[in-house]
Design a protein. Structure first.
Length: 196
C-alpha cells in the first residue's frame, strides 16, 4: 500500500492499518526518543517510553480524525509517560536515601522533577509573548494536539483563521527559540519538536 499524504495515513491508522502505524513510527520515533532521553537520561527507559507511546497511539486509533495532529499527540503521550517514569524512579530511589540524622525514617522525594518544571516554564515564557488569540490557538494545536477543524469549532472561527494565527505564532516562537537554544537543552527539545 502506497501511503504518502499524512491525512491518508491517519485515516488508514484509524481503520487499523498496521502499515500506517509503521510509517508513523519510522517518521516520529527518533524525535520521541530524543525527548525521552532528555528527560530520563537512560537508553533503556527511553526505548520503553517510545514503544509505550506508540502502543497508546494504536490503542486510541479509533478516536483519530484525518486532520488529527499526530506529532503533537505523540509528543504529549511521550512527555507524560517520561515524567511519570521519572517520578516512579525518584520514588523508588527515595526508599534508600535518608536525609539526615535528625530526619531518620524520612526520605527524599521530588514531587515535580526539575526537568518538568523547566519545560513548563520555558513553554509558558515563550507562548506568553504571543498575542492572546495566537496563544490560544498555539496551545490548542501544539500542546493539546487539536486539529485545525477542532480548534475552529472550539473557538468559533474559520479554519483559515486558525491556520493564519498558527503560522504567525510559529514564526514568532521559532525566532524566540533561535535566541534561546544555547541557554538550555530544554529549548533545543522544544525547537526539535516544533520544527524538525
Amino acid at each position: 500500500m502506497a501511503i504518502f499524504n499524512l491525512h491518508t495515513i491517519v485515516k488508514h491508522l484509524a481503520e487499523g492499518n498496521q502499515l500506517a502505524l509503521r510509517w508513523i513510527y519510522d517518521e516520529y520515533a527518533p524525535s520521541l526518543y530524543q525527548l525521552a532521553m532528555h528527560i530520563l537520561k537512560v537508553e533503556e527507559h527511553a526505548d520503553e517510553i517510545v514503544q509505550d507511546s506508540f502502543i497508546q497511539l494504536w490503542n486510541n486509533r479509533n478516536s483519530l480524525q484525518e486532520d488529527s495532529n499526530i506529532k503533537a499527540f505523540l509528543f504529549v503521550i511521550c512527555r507524560n509517560y517520561s515524567f511519570n517514569r521519572l517520578k516512579t524512579i525518584h520514588l523508588h530511589r527515595s526508599r534508600f536515601i535518608e536525609l539526615g540524622e535528625n530526619e531518620l525514617g524520612s526520605y527524599y522525594y521530588e514531587e515535580e522533577p526539575l526537568a518538568e518544571k523547566e519545560l513548563k516554564e520555558a513553554l509558558d515564557t515563550i507562548i506568553g509573548k504571543l498575542p492572546m488569540k495566537q496563544q490560544t490557538v498555539f496551545r490548542l494545536s501544539r500542546i493539546e494536539g487539536l486539529s485545525h477543524k477542532e480548534i475552529a469549532a472550539k473557538l468559533q472561527i474559520s479554519t483559515n483563521t486558525v491556520k493564519n494565527h498558527l503560522v504567525t505564532a510559529l514564526k514568532l516562537v521559532r525566532a524566540e527559540l533561535h535566541q534561546s537554544r544555547t541557554k538550555s537543552s530544554i529549548y533545543a527539545i522544544i525547537y526539535f519538536y516544533l520544527f524538525y
